[in-house]
Design a protein around this ligand. Structure first.
Ligand code: NDP
Length: 267
């Protein structure tokens, strides 16, 4: 598997992808908007996007967002006929479909992706990468990129990798929102937050996770033991307790406010 991989983007994720591919013996060329970020990697640094894409049998794009991908590729797009790109930049399904259509018009084959890993877990057993687009393209790319995470094809529609990625993030942020909200309630009422996290919240969420994932689509089938009246009352009880503790009951709004507070504090 000696294909030469080029990577556009050497942020935290691009660097992790490059390291995992290099560790697996792939030849890697990298390009980053701000030059000089390849230090210590052992990859060849290209001085332009065009040079990087020309060097690779396939090019992985891992930039901030869809706008940065467009900005980076637009000046070179007319020269990319025949190239293979794998876009691992996060975005929406619509953005992925539009990007695939636009690149197809320039003779580029695009495999869209979503990374189900964080930089330290890239290349580890738990990491997996969602891909969508033509199956034959996936079959060619998957063995080359397997060192970054287990390749998982989710359909021919180029939007599906992004859709599943964002939906999985919804599950993750939902859990984060719930955990943050729970801890804030305990904190506001003067409880022992560390003991609560260790002895109650962690074990409880672990016990409930299989039920949450298994029964996520409650509209389709309600298990026999599931009592909707009790659950509806249970949710009202939790919201009342939250109000009593002075914590806003909108879980996602609560998480958003706390993340923005952290972002302002870090700026
Ligand atoms: P970073 O913020 O660390 O890096 C962003 C990268 O994008 C840098 O290489 C930056 O270049 C480049 N960039 C930003 N704007 C532009 C632009 N206008 N033109 C060209 N290049 C640009 O982000 P990550 O590496 O962590 O994330 C990259 C992608 O991976 C994102 O889409 C993210 O959602 C996804 N991802 C990240 C995960 C994570 O935990 N980090 C997990 C799963 C997915 P420069 O150095 O010049 O600023």
């Amino acid at each position: 598997m000696n294909e030469h991989v080029s990577i556009l983007g050497l942020g935290a994720m691009g660097r992790a992808l490059a390291s995992a591919l290099l560790a697996a013996g792939r030849e890697v060329t990298v390009w980053n908007r701000t030059p000089g970020k390849a230090g210590g990697l052992g990859a060849r640094e290209a001085s332009s996007v065009e040079e990087a894409i020309e060097a690779g049998d396939l090019t992985v794009v891992c930039l901030l967002d869809d706008a940065s991908v467009r900005e980076t590729l637009a000046p070179v797009a007319p020269k990319l006929d025949g190239a293979t790109l794998v876009n691992l930049t996060s975005g929406s399904a619509r953005q992925a479909r539009r990007l695939a259509g636009w690149l197809d018009g320039h003779g580029v084959r695009l495999l869209a992706g979503g990374i189900m890993a964080v930089p330290p877990t890239v290349g580890t057993d738990g990491a997996f990468i969602l891909y969508s687009g033509a199956r034959d393209l996936f079959d060619r790319v998957a063995p080359v990129l397997a060192p970054i995470g287990r390749p998982q094809w989710v359909g021919a529609d180029p939007g599906f990798a992004a859709l599943y990625d964002m939906a999985a993030l919804s599950g993750m942020y939902g859990m984060s929102a719930g955990a943050d909200h729970a801890v804030t309630m305990v904190h506001r009422e003067g409880g022992d937050v560390e003991a609560f996290k260790r002895e109650v919240l962690g074990p409880w969420m672990e016990q409930m996770l299989p039920f949450m994932v298994g029964g996520a689509d409650m509209s389709e089938s309600v298990p026999e033991e599931y009592n909707p009246a009790m659950q509806a009352t249970g949710l009202e009880n939790m919201l009342a307790a939250s109000q009593e503790a002075g914590v806003p009951e909108d879980l996602a709004g609560h998480l958003r406010a706390s993340l923005w507070r952290m972002r302002r504090a870090a700026a």
